[in-house]
Design a protein around this ligand. Structure first.
Ligand SMILES: Nc1nc2c(ncn2[C@@H]2O[C@H](COP(=O)(O)OP(=O)(O)OP(=O)(O)O)[C@@H](O)[C@H]2O)c(=O)[nH]1
Ligand SMILES: [Mg+2]
Ligand SMILES: [Zn+2]
Length: 314
C-alpha cells in the first residue's frame, strides 16, 4: 500500500487578501496562508482587478507546499459583492468584498465630509444585490452647532427613504450595543471614506484578543492606522464583520436607466402609479414619482441624486 497522502480539495472562506496571498479559514476553523495559481474563469459581468476578494468561498488543496502555503484551485460563485472603482484603472472595478448579508456605509458630516451622493451610490449597489444597507453617521461628538441642521437633514432623508440610520460616536456604548444586535449571525461589510472611524468602531466591537492583532497588523510605521487591506473578523456572538480600506468613490455595477428607480426604496414605492410603465421619472407626463417630489413625499435631495446618477448612465 502506498503511504502517499491524497490531496483532498477542501472549502474555506477568504479572511484577508493582500492581492498576492490570502489568509483563508477552513470549515474546521483553521486559518491558513494561501496562494492562488493560474487564472479563474469568472463570469465577465465585471472587469475586476482582483480575482479573489475577502468573503469569497474558495476550494483549496489540503496539502501545503514546503513553505506551509496551500493552493487555491477554485472559487465558488458569489451571491453578491460590493465594488469600487479600481485606483489603477477607472474602467476596472475592485471587488471590496463578497457574499454579504448586510452592508454598512459609515459617513461623517465633518472631518472628513461625506456627500449624500457617495452614500446614495453605495445604497444603489447594495440594493441591486438585495443586500440590506445600514447608514452610520459617525463622529457626531465633533459636530458644532452649525452642523446640526445638516445632521438632522441626513437623519430625516435616509430614515424617510426606509434605511436604518445610526447617528453615533465610537464612545457611545449604548449605540454600539444596538449595533451588535444588528450584526449578530450575519456577514456585514463596513465601508466609507478614509478616516470616518471604521476600524476604531470595529475594534470596539471585537473581543480584546483580535483587537490586539489588528492594531499590530495595521500600523503603517508612519504613526497612522490607515487600513490597507480588507479583513474579515469573527464576532463573539456569531457572524462576521469586514473592515475595509477607505474609498473615494464606489463603482456602480452595470445598471440600466430603467432599473435605477428600483434601487431607491422611496421611488420604487411610487413608480407603479406612473402613467407609463417604462417611465424613468424625468420628463414623462403623469409621473407619480415627480408628483411625490413636488408634494414633499419624496425628499428632493434624493430625487436630485437620482437625476444625477441616471444622467451618468450611458
Ligand atoms: N472624535 C471622534 N473621533 C473618532 C471617532 N471615530 C474614530 N475617530 C478617530 O478618527 C480617526 C480615524 O479613525 P479610523 O478608525 O482609523 O478610520 P477608518 O475609517 O478606519 O479609516 P481608513 O482605514 O483609512 O479607511 C482616528 O484618529 C480615530 O480615533 C468618533 O466617533 N469621534
Ligand atoms: Mg481603517
Ligand atoms: Zn415616473
Amino acid at each position: 500500500m502506498s503511504n502517499q497522502k491524497v490531496n483532498h480539495q477542501l472549502k474555506a472562506r477568504v479572511y484577508r487578501s493582500t492581492g498576492s496571498w490570502y489568509i483563508i479559514k477552513n470549515i474546521a476553523g483553521e486559518l491558513l496562508q494561501a496562494r492562488f495559481k493560474g487564472k479563474f474563469k469568472i463570469d465577465a459581468a465585471i472587469k475586476s482587478s482582483n480575482p479573489i476578494a475577502v468573503g469569497d468561498w474558495v476550494i483549496y488543496e489540503e496539502l501545503p507546499d514546503e513553505e506551509g502555503i496551500v493552493t487555491i484551485t477554485d472559487i465558488e460563485k458569489r451571491n453578491n459583492y460590493i465594488v469600487r472603482v479600481s485606483p489603477q484603472n477607472r474602467h476596472h472595478k475592485h471587488i471590496i468584498s463578497a457574499n454579504l448579508d448586510a452592508a454598512i456605509v459609515m459617513a461623517t458630516i465633518d472631518s472628513p465630509k461625506t456627500s449624500m451622493g457617495f452614500v446614495d451610490r453605495f445604497l444603489i449597489t447594495a440594493a441591486a444585490y438585495h443586500i440590506p444597507a445600514i447608514i452610520i453617521i459617525n463622529k457626531i461628538d465633533l459636530l458644532k452647532d452649525k452642523h446640526q441642521p445638516t445632521l438632522a437633514t441626513w437623519i430625516k432623508t435616509y430614515t424617510d427613504a426606509g434605511y436604518p440610520v445610526i447617528p453615533m460616536h465610537v464612545e457611545d456604548a449604548a449605540k454600539i450595543k444596538e449595533l451588535n444586535a444588528l450584526l449578530a449571525n450575519k456577514t456585514t461589510l463596513f465601508s466609507g471614506h478614509s478616516g470616518v472611524g471604521k476600524s476604531t468602531l470595529i475594534n470596539k466591537i471585537l473581543p480584546n484578543i483580535q483587537q490586539r492583532t489588528k492594531i499590530v497588523s495595521d500600523w503603517s510605521g508612519k504613526g497612522q492606522h490607515t487600513t490597507t487591506f480588507a479583513e474579515l473578523f469573527d464576532l463573539p456572538m456569531g457572524g462576521q464583520i469586514i473592515d475595509t480600506p477607505g474609498v473615494k468613490e464606489f463603482g456602480l455595477i452595470a445598471i440600466e436607466k430603467s432599473e435605477l428607480g428600483h434601487y431607491y426604496p422611496e421611488i420604487k414605492n411610487y413608480m407603479s402609479a406612473c402613467k407609463f410603465n417604462n417611465c424613468i421619472h424625468i420628463n414623462e407626463p403623469q409621473c407619480a414619482v415627480k408628483n411625490a417630489v413636488q408634494e414633499g413625499r419624496i425628499n428632493v435631495d434624493r430625487y436630485k441624486s437620482y437625476l444625477q446618477i441616471i444622467q451618468s448612465i450611458e
